[in-house]
Ligand binder design. Structure first.
Ligand code: CUA
Length: 309
């Protein structure tokens, strides 16, 4: 894994390799001794009759001391270099200017890009081939951010900001998951990081900054009105409108995303309708209330939200 993080110094990479090989040697020695003594026990040391008593052989104090001191020194040796490498990997500037602020919520992710002012949820876009500084927060309980291919795991703690570097060598989609138990739907708090090449990342940002459509078919207009009447606006922000409560996911350009509900469901009219119809049935425990919408209301709301591209 470390090998795909070329911004680590050669020293760290060499140390990592050295660490792997040293552990392999130590593991091989221990495993060899276990096999050897298992064999000896079943042959040489086996009791020949039930009357055989185990013999108290003379303890080899010198050997014991040697084993104890050696393993202690090995531990201290590796700990010293490991801590040094960790420091180097995790160097955060004194005055960090994060590229993305990620906030964990029960059970979805919010991503805010302070430079461009883009706010999105669940799908995190990053430029490939560039170190990205993340600031990580939580809105409720402790979550933990972990996209194994892109860097370390880090806790998201309410009232505290943690920082980490993330790096994707190549464009592509990288999956991760919340890795700290955070309640009922912890297992459905998946992460999808999309690394774009430079041009696509720029394009994505520009698209996200475009104003949302406010006019459309009669059904669309009805949906937009319902969005206000049914108090969806008390929790959901749509940039470029007067709806700016960031309690639930920001729905600006919702339909440009592939998945929703913490990467649980694909964005399409069927899934959206099922969700609006009965959120608890789709994702039990979710904070989204059931507004007991009629069929017509559902049609209109789906028509509105699915056009937020
Ligand atoms: Cu969030 Cu587990």
């Amino acid at each position: 894994m470390i090998a795909v993080l070329p911004f680590y110094s050669t020293q760290v990479l060499e140390y990592t390799n050295f660490l792997y090989w040293s552990f392999a040697v130590v593991a091989a020695i221990i495993l060899g001794l276990v096999i050897f003594f298992t064999y000896r026990y079943t042959t040489k040391y086996k009791a020949k009759s039930p009357k055989d008593k185990p013999q108290n052989g003379s303890l080899n104090h010198k050997f014991e001391a040697f084993a104890l001191i050696t393993s202690f020194l090995i531990t201290v040796f590796f700990m010293f270099f490991t801590v040094q490498s960790m420091k180097e990997i995790q160097t955060i500037p004194d005055d960090p200017k994060p590229d993305i602020i990620i906030t964990g919520h029960q059970w979805w992710w919010e991503a805010e890009y302070p430079n461009s002012k883009v706010i999105t949820s669940n799908e995190v876009h990053i430029p490939a081939g560039k170190k990205v500084l993340l600031a990580l927060n939580s809105a409720d309980v402790i979550h933990s951010w972990w996209v194994p291919e892109l860097g370390r795991k880090i806790d998201m703690i309410p009232g505290m900001t943690n920082y980490m570097w993330m790096y994707a060598e190549k464009p592509g989609e990288y999956l991760g998951t919340c890795s700290e138990f955070c309640g009922m739907q912890h297992a459905r708090m998946r992460i999808r990081v999309i690394a774009d090449d430079e041009a696509n990342f720029k394009k994505w940002q520009e698209e996200q900054l475009e104003p949302v459509i406010t006019e459309g078919s009669a059904l669309f207009e009805k949906g937009r009105n319902l969005f206000e009447q049914k108090t969806c606006t008390n929790c959901h922000a749509i940039n470029g409108t007067s709806y700016n409560e960031n309690i639930g996911p920001n729905l600006t350009h919702f339909a440009s995303r592939k998945r929703f509900l913490g990467d649980f469901k694909e964005v399409n009219t069927t899934n959206l309708r099922a969700w609006l119809h009965d959120p608890q049935k789709v994702k039990e425990g979710a904070k989204m209330p059931n507004f007991i919408l009629s069929d017509q209301e559902l049609n209109a709301l789906v028509e509105y939200i699915i056009h937020l591209k």
